[in-house]
Design a protein around this ligand. Structure first.
Ligand code: AMP
Length: 519
């Protein structure tokens, strides 16, 4: 085709995603935003709606080729560049890499560290001198090699360092603190058995999940656990601890309750884990967490979250001497594997929009988690979904009894219901294995919670999608939201881009892009 013709065509091409219309039934849809896929991206053969979405698509492609939660294949250093040590079984194991190699490896895995003498990342679980049974359990769980956060956090925790670790949602953080916990508890078992480790997490669901994963890793080892959460009878929990356990997992409120009513030996606890630490030091939890921390005798503290601020770093620093800070990937940003589609929907149209999505073969990708802002909202919306669309939906929130919450999650995970309408109780850390689509019906008040919520759509770097309803009511978080969407390569709804509150952030982003690309 003649160059002039090409130029003429190029000039007709829709530039922005919002210049494009919605797709009609049967028409191709844009691989990025779902609008009418009028063009084909030469590089990927995908349908796209505009130049904007083409750019997004190519950025996403480049990112997925360079970074994912799965570690990129790492070439081991040559033999003479490694030091070797012998472990207890007289087996030779690669343990320490040279400094240059370490830096290269960290750069490749997007690991950054702060602190003195931070140990090198390990490339295999086998090089950590773990009990043989624990190695077998890791293998049986399908964990062939450590994820980047595990590569760095496990060796640091194994030598007793207190740590603040930030890494994307779904990147294997739980295992990175459980491996050192199981290792410690099995190597230093005491008699009679009193708890050696305690894990605090903000929701019951997350505690249940952490305990389940701990049981998997500690199978066949002298490693018993107790779950201490509200909603279950306390007597059973007390009985379990009295029988002798190595690790307690619980929510702060119930733990304080239990500790004030019963006389338990806490001195033996040597490792304290604060999962979702930013949430744990917020008002509401902070006092309880500090009360528990002060009752312990200077344990090693392992603090984890996908979203860590300066304030969290300050508090973490006050809880642990010689803190090691580990950050993996893009801190405080959503998982790169989750494609975000933000749609501007007025509040009174949100229900209908949701029903449209749930009845569209093209857009509904069950099982789906719908996040809402209130308990009553969760109940009402789940009923309305079932009634109006025929899709089975259940709700989950903090007011439901523990048994009911367990049953809801179970029916969801086994596929008996396709939609779960949840408040923040499912927002953090919970591993909803088969979920690849999240709908944020009510935008939370903070973008941190948003990052955690949409993180439920991907585990271990697998592709997921988040549909996000946004309108003027969310104006407080517009600038940050625009930032997140832009940096993830997601399209910004026109109304959001035009909103005065977002203007500053948006125009800065555009100015930077302009400079970079020279247009
Ligand atoms: P998390 O970020 O801890 O919620 O973990 C996300 C998911 O990754 C969970 O389903 C884990 O079972 C899984 N996982 C954790 N570590 C590994 C690993 N080394 N290899 C494969 N899967 C893993």
């Amino acid at each position: 085709m003649a160059t002039d013709e090409n130029q003429a065509l190029e000039s007709d091409v829709k530039e922005k995603c919002w210049d494009q219309r919605e797709a009609l039934p049967g028409e191709p849809v844009c691989a990025v935003c779902g609008r009418y896929g009028e063009y084909i991206c030469d590089e990927t053969d995908d349908d796209i709606c505009s130049l904007e979405c083409k750019t997004t698509l190519l950025i996403r492609l480049a990112k997925s080729q360079t970074s994912s939660a799965q570690p990129p294949s790492v070439k081991l250093p040559a033999r003479d560049e490694c030091y070797y040590v012998r472990d207890g079984n007289n087996k030779t194991e690669l343990q320490i890499l040279t400094n240059t190699r370490t830096e290269q490896l960290r750069a490749k895995l997007e690991i950054s560290v702060q602190g003195d003498n931070v140990p090198e990342p390990v490339l295999s679980f086998g090089s950590c001198n773990l009990p043989q049974k624990l190695l077998q359990n890791l293998e049986a769980a399908g964990y062939e090699m450590p994820t980047p956060v595990q590569m760095q956090a496990i060796p640091s925790a194994l030598i007793g360092r207190s740590m603040l670790v930030s890494a994307e949602t779904g990147s294997g953080k739980t295992c990175s603190f459980l491996v050192p916990v199981v290792d410690y508890c099995t190597k230093f078992k005491n008699n009679p058995q009193t708890p050696l480790a305690m894990v605090l997490a903000p929701t019951r669901e997350l505690c249940i999940q952490v305990e389940e994963q701990a049981k998997l890793l500690g199978k066949g080892l002298p490693f018993k656990t107790a779950l201490v959460v509200g909603g279950d009878a306390m007597a059973g929990q007390v009985h379990r601890i009295k029988q002798g356990v190595s690790m307690i997992v619980g929510t702060p409120g119930r733990l304080i309750d239990l500790l004030t009513k019963h006389d338990f030996e806490m001195d033996t606890i040597k490792i304290l884990v604060l999962d979702e630490v930013d949430c744990m030091i917020q008002r509401g939890f902070r006092e309880q967490v500090m009360q528990i921390f002060q009752a312990l005798s200077q344990p090693q503290v392992l603090m984890y979250s996908a979203t860590v601020s300066k304030e969290v770093e300050k508090v973490a620093g006050s809880m642990a001497k010689d803190l090691t800070i580990v950050s993996v990937g893009r801190p405080n940003k959503p998982s790169g594997a989750v494609r975000q589609l933000a749609i501007w929907v007025e509040s009174n149209k949100k229900k209908q929009k949701l029903f449209d999505i749930l009845t569209s073969k093209q857009h509904f990708k069950p099982p789906v988690v719908v996040f809402v802002g209130s308990r009553i909202g969760a109940d009402l919306l789940s009923e309305a979904i079932t009634m109006k669309t025929g899709v089975r939906a259940l709700s989950i929130h903090g007011e439901k009894k523990m048994k009911e919450r367990r049953d809801v999650v179970r029916s969801f995970l086994v596929g008996e219901v396709s939609v779960i309408v949840a408040t923040g109780v499912l927002g953090r850390g919970v591993d909803l294995l088969s979920v690849r689509q999240v709908i944020v019906f009510d935008m939370p008040n903070s973008t941190k919670e948003y990052v955690h919520m949409i993180g439920r759509a991907s585990r271990m770097g697998e592709d997921g999608a988040a549909i996000v309803f946004v309108n003027e009511e969310n104006k407080k978080i517009f600038p940050e939201l625009v930032d997140i969407l832009e940096s993830s390569g997601a399209a910004i709804p026109r109304e959001l881009a035009n909103s005065r509150r977002a203007v500053n952030s948006f125009s800065v982003g555009r100015a930077q892009k302009k400079r970079k690309h020279g247009y």
